[in-house]
Design a protein around this ligand. Structure first.
Ligand code: KG4
Ligand code: ZN
Length: 346
């Protein structure tokens, strides 16, 4: 039996998980409310919150899994990419634990772990599979040949999909993180009511900055137009009442465009590669509009579609644990001199 303790602290969620022979026994996630009032994650506050959370979170993950530190075979942790202060807390904790327990240490790439979240529950995709990974910091199409061999075949050239959701929500006056709120209001709205442009980006890459700008002008003009013209500009009161009276349709139209940008590129990747096992992953894969449209697209093109359970979509240590398990099987261990890195190579 192989038991892995995993730690995730790349952004504003402190998480720990225990995995035995590829099965997740616990996945504890502590969010950080402190950032809400600032409309985004404040790195220094995130690091401090991780320091407060990490011991109780690890403790709780062990207890839920009915495990003890003495039964752990290896410690896996998110080494990159992410906020450097946040990563350092998890990295130092994992290194200290591995040293104290005299057990191997496994360094994990956060984005690869999002992809492998699809290997947690059955049914699982067969290799090679494609994964659209959409989070607050990344938007990528990954071709995954094995749990330890994958490459990025398309990615965003500016904002990430999660950023597009969160920045749009901010323009609407919604609190951070706004993605889930746009999702909530979109359920009641008409996605065809307002039109935002689809960018023309070559190959499998994405761009969201044009959509964001058109949403900005659209709101500044209280819905009269998507383009900037002084005579279109509305007063603050006009803008507020336009948003209030049309919130659900605006959210549905924004979400509809972001989803269509994502899925058009995924469709292109599947057609180009001929791969039929297709997954989505990352925080934005929790979006109900994306999930529904992805499944419908899969039915149309006869793909086998996979989406991780909700708890494994947003940042979590369960995905770090499953990635750690596969690395353990190949003996891919890190030295105690390993350090956290904000940026990561593939
Ligand atoms: O993967 P994740 O938890 O953290 C990063 O690694 O970035 O992704 C967080 C992102 C945020 O931008 C958040 O707004 C977005 O995922 N998100 C959603 C939904 N749930 C989370 N976006 C749209 N709809 C959702 N339901
Ligand atoms: Zn993430």
């Amino acid at each position: 039996m192989t038991t892995i303790l995993a730690i995730e602290s790349s952004c504003d969620e402190t998480s720990a998980a225990v995995c035995r022979d590829g099965r997740i026994l616990s996945n504890v996630v502590a969010g950080q409310k402190v950032h809400e009032q600032y409309g985004g994650v404040v790195p220094e506050l995130a690091s401090r919150a991780h320091m407060q959370n990490i011991v109780p979170v690890v403790d709780s993950a062990l207890q839920t899994a009915n495990s003890q530190l003495s039964s752990i075979d290896a410690v896996a942790f998110t080494q990159s990419p992410g906020l450097i202060g946040s990563l350092l807390v998890g990295t130092q904790f994992a290194k200290s634990l591995a040293l104290a327990l005299d057990k191997p240490l496994i360094a994990i790439h956060h984005m690869q772990a999002h992809v492998l979240a699809n290997l947690i529950d059955d049914p699982k995709p067969s290799f090679p599979f494609l994964c659209l990974t959409v989070s607050g910091g990344h938007t990528q199409i990954v071709l995954c040949e094995s749990p330890v061999k994958m490459r990025v075949i398309g990615e965003t050239i500016d904002d990430a999909a999660g950023e597009a959701f969160d920045k749009s929500a901010k323009l609407l006056g919604l609190p951070y993180p706004g993605g889930p709120l746009i999702d909530k209001y979109a359920k009641e709205g008409d996605a065809n009511r307002f039109r935002f442009p689809e960018p023309q980006i070559p190959e499998l890459d994405f761009s969201f900055s044009g959509v964001k700008t058109s949403i900005l002008y659209f709101l500044q003009n209280a819905g009269k137009s998507n383009i900037y013209k002084e005579e279109f500009l509305a007063t603050d009161d006009e803008k507020k009442s336009f948003i209030q009276n049309n919130l659900t349709d605006i959210c549905a139209s924004i979400q509809g465009r972001i989803v269509s940008i994502l899925l058009n590129k995924l469709k292109k990747a599947a057609l180009q590669t001929g791969i039929k096992d297709v997954c989505i992953a990352g925080g934005v894969s929790a979006n109900s509009g994306l999930r529904k449209a992805f499944i419908e697209l899969g039915e149309k093109y006869q793909w086998n579609t996979f989406i991780p359970a909700f708890q494994y979509c947003t940042d979590n240590a369960g995905m770090i644990a499953i990635t750690g398990y596969y690395k353990y099987l190949t003996g891919d261990f890190a030295d105690l001199s390993v350090s956290a890195s904000a940026r990561a190579e593939w």
